[in-house]
Write a protein that binds this ligand. Structure first.
Ligand code: MN
Length: 291
């Protein structure tokens, strides 16, 4: 079985803008290259927002050099950016944004969700890009819930929503720049599943709900992150209650990481260039909102 390297509790929560009460389950600062290509896992909520008149969220800000992957579990997010792209994602949907050479965007609760209020639960991943793709053209993939395969685990243990990579020969819809598996796993109380991921890939589990036992040994609570060895075969997960977790695996990108705020490059010189470009308006502006 694949060895557990560490189980981390997140630092205290913080707000991103006024719409995302997040806990950073994974960050490059905390787990470093052991979790490459993953740079960040921000878990927002679950939080109940009361009805309101003005949408909450995070206003215009830039990104360069990586990808943001937004998974909506509950609630609804509207996004728009300096390339003119935009859209809405709701429960079960995923937005895979390749920032690449750079975008300026905002991420807000939708007007209808704001008016109705309700349960809000969102995960945002930051996935690194290899140097060769850091300045690639920005790209969006809207992965709707209906397009994400739901694959039953053996013995009625639960199911896997395959967002990226593959489980049991069922491929997720995400197009990625490096080999990645992103599985949204539901494991029923009392059930056990054996999961096998590619050798030499980084592997983490982010627990979102319930309680897990890993490899018949370690117990993992909500908002904890399990980092596994890159070698050593399968992992065994058991659910002590109905459980929801994200499994993130990927081929490590063996390159230096220079990060400052919303820019993730290979050198600090490239980060300074990104900041200068942002200040010079190279990232563009958000289009005017009609009406
Ligand atoms: Mn953003």
């Amino acid at each position: 079985m694949r060895k557990i390297l560490r189980i981390d509790s997140p630092p205290a929560g913080h707000w991103v803008g006024d719409g995302f009460p997040v806990r950073s389950l994974l960050s490059h600062r905390a787990q470093g290259d052991s979790v490459s290509p993953f740079l960040l896992v921000d878990y927002a909520g679950p939080t109940d927002f009361p009805p309101a008149a003005t949408p909450r969220g995070v206003g215009a800000h830039p990104h360069r050099g990586f990808e943001t992957v937004t998974l909506v579990l509950d609630g609804e997010i509207a996004h728009r950016d300096s390339t003119g792209a935009g859209g809405v994602i709701g429960p079960g949907d995923v937005q895979w944004m390749t920032a690449g050479s750079g975008v300026l965007h905002e991420e807000m609760h939708t007007r209808s969700f704001t008016r109705s209020g309700g349960r809000f639960e969102v995960v945002q991943l930051w996935v690194n890009l290899p140097a060769a793709y850091k300045l690639t053209a920005p790209r969006y993939q809207t992965l709707l819930d209906d397009d994400i395969p739901r694959v039953d685990l053996p013995d009625n243990a639960g199911l896997v929503r395959v967002i990226a990579g593959d489980y049991g020969g069922h491929c997720g819809p995400a197009q990625t720049h490096t080999p990645i598996n992103i599985w949204d796993v539901r494991l029923d109380a009392g059930a056990t599943a054996t999961l096998r991921l590619p050798e030499s890939h980084s592997l983490v589990i982010a627990a979102l709900d319930g309680a897990l036992r890993i490899n018949h040994a370690e117990t993992v609570d909500v908002a904890e992150l399990v980092v596994f060895d890159r070698e050593g075969g399968e992992i065994v997960v058991s659910a002590l209650r109905d459980t929801k977790f994200l499994l993130l695996g990927g081929q490590p990108i063996d390159e230096p990481v220079a990060q400052q705020g919303p820019f993730v490059m290979n050198t600090m010189e490239e980060v300074r260039q990104a900041l200068a470009d942002y200040r010079d308006g190279v990232f563009g502006v958000l289009p005017d909102v009609a009406g």
